[in-house]
Design a binder for this molecule. Structure first.
Ligand SMILES: Cc1cc2nc3c(=O)[nH]c(=O)nc-3n(C[C@H](O)[C@H](O)[C@H](O)COP(=O)(O)O)c2cc1C
Length: 309
C-alpha cells in the first residue's frame, strides 16, 4: 500500500469527526457482527462495518423461508433477528477491540422508546464509532418503514435519538417513498449528523406451482445490483437537498460501482448483498479505488465526492 502500512492514505474520509481508513463499509445485516469476516478478510483494511440491526432485547426474526434469489439480486424478510444490544456490548465488542476499523451500531426498535432503550444500552459499549438508525426495514409491521415513511415520525425519532446518543447519529433512509429528499430534509433539520441510503425496496416473488409467496412473510426487501441505479439516483437527489455527509448503499460490487455513488455525492459507501457471493468483495473494492487514484492521478478520494459534471 502507498503509505507502507496497510492502508492507502488517499482513500481516507471523515464523517462527523470520525476518520475512516477508506470509504468502504460492510452493510448492516450482511456483515454479521464483523467477527464472522475476520478469517476471510483483513478487518484492519476495512473502512468500517455496520452491525446487524440491534434491538433492546434479542429478536427471533421471521420464520423461514426468509431469502429468495432474484435476477440481479435477492429478496429477504429476515425480520431483524439479532442477539440484542446488551449481548453485543458484552460479548462482541470486547472481541472487536483488537481491530482497527470503525464499528457502526445499527439500531432498531418497534417504538420510539425501544429505539432509545437500545441506544442507551449501546452508550455503555466501548469502541462504537457511530449509531445508524434503521427507520427503513420493510420486513416488520411496526417501527422500521412505518416511521421511515413519515417525515414527522422520522424527525421525532431522530430528535429523541440524538438527545439519547453519546455518538454521531446516522439515519438510514427507506427508498419506499415518493420523494426521498423530503424525508432527508426533515431528518437533517431534526439533528441527524449523516444520512445513509438506501435500504431494500419492497418486492414479492410467487411460486407458480403452489401459488404462494416464496417468502413466509409474503413480501421482502429487494437488494443487490438490480437496485443500484435507483440508489445512485436517490443519493444524487439527497445530496442536492441536504448539507450533511451521505453514505451510499445499494448493489455495490466493484470499485466502479462505489465511484458512481461517490461522484453522485456520497462520502462513503456500504456493501451488502455482494458479501454473500464474494466475502472478499470489500477488499477488492478498496484495491480498485487505489488503482483508480493511481491511474487518474487523484491525490485524495475526497476530491471526487459530489463531483458529477
Ligand atoms: C439479509 C439482509 C439483512 C439486512 N438486515 C438489515 C438490518 O438489520 N438493518 C438495516 O439497516 N439494513 C439491513 N439490510 C439492508 C442492507 O444493509 C442494505 O441497505 C441493502 O441490502 C442494500 O444494499 P445491497 O444492495 O448492497 O445489499 C439487510 C439486507 C439484507 C440483504
Amino acid at each position: 500500500m502507498a503509505d507502507g502500512t496497510n492502508n492507502d492514505p488517499r482513500l481516507a474520509v471523515e464523517i462527523s469527526g470520525i476518520r475512516f481508513n477508506n470509504p468502504v463499509i460492510g452493510a448492516s445485516g450482511t456483515f454479521g457482527y464483523g467477527l464472522e469476516f475476520a478469517d476471510l478478510i483483513d478487518l484492519n483494511r476495512l473502512g468500517g462495518f455496520a452491525t446487524k440491526g440491534l434491538s433492546a432485547r434479542p429478536l427471533p426474526g421471521n420464520p423461514p423461508p426468509r431469502i429468495v434469489e432474484t435476477h440481479g439480486g435477492m429478496l429477504n424478510a429476515i425480520g431483524l433477528q439479532n442477539i440484542g444490544a446488551r449481548a453485543f456490548v458484552e460479548e462482541k465488542l470486547p472481541l472487536l477491540a483488537r481491530y482497527d476499523t470503525r464499528i457502526i451500531a445499527n439500531v432498531f426498535g418497534y417504538s420510539d422508546d425501544e429505539y432509545i432503550e437500545a441506544i442507551t444500552i449501546l452508550n455503555d459499549g466501548d469502541g462504537i464509532a457511530a449509531y445508524e438508525l434503521n427507520i427503513s426495514c420493510p420486513n416488520v409491521k411496526e417501527g422500521g418503514i412505518v416511521i421511515g415513511n413519515s417525515p414527522t415520525a422520522a424527525a421525532r425519532l431522530t430528535e429523541k435519538a440524538k438527545l439519547a446518543s453519546s455518538r454521531p447519529l446516522i439515519v438510514k433512509l427507506s427508498p419506499n417513498v415518493t420523494d426521498i429528499a423530503i424525508l432527508a430534509r426533515a431528518i437533517v433539520d431534526a439533528g441527524a449528523d449523516c444520512i445513509s441510503l438506501i435500504n431494500t425496496i419492497v418486492g414479492m416473488s410467487i411460486d407458480v406451482n403452489t401459488r404462494k409467496p416464496r417468502l413466509s412473510y409474503g413480501t421482502g426487501g429487494l437488494s443487490g445490483p438490480a437496485i443500484r441505479p435507483i440508489a445512485v439516483r436517490m443519493v444524487h437527489e439527497v445530496a442536492r437537498a441536504v448539507d450533511v455527509p451521505l453514505i451510499g448503499i445499494g448493489g455495490i460490487a466493484s470499485a466502479a460501482d462505489a465511484l458512481e455513488f461517490i461522484i453522485a455525492g456520497a462520502t462513503a459507501i456500504q456493501i451488502g448483498t455482494a458479501n454473500y457471493y464474494d466475502p472478499t468483495v470489500t477488499m477488492k473494492v478498496i484495491d480498485g479505488l487505489t488503482a483508480h487514484c493511481e491511474s487518474h492521478h487523484i491525490a485524495t478520494i475526497k476530491g471526487l465526492i459530489g463531483s458529477l459534471e
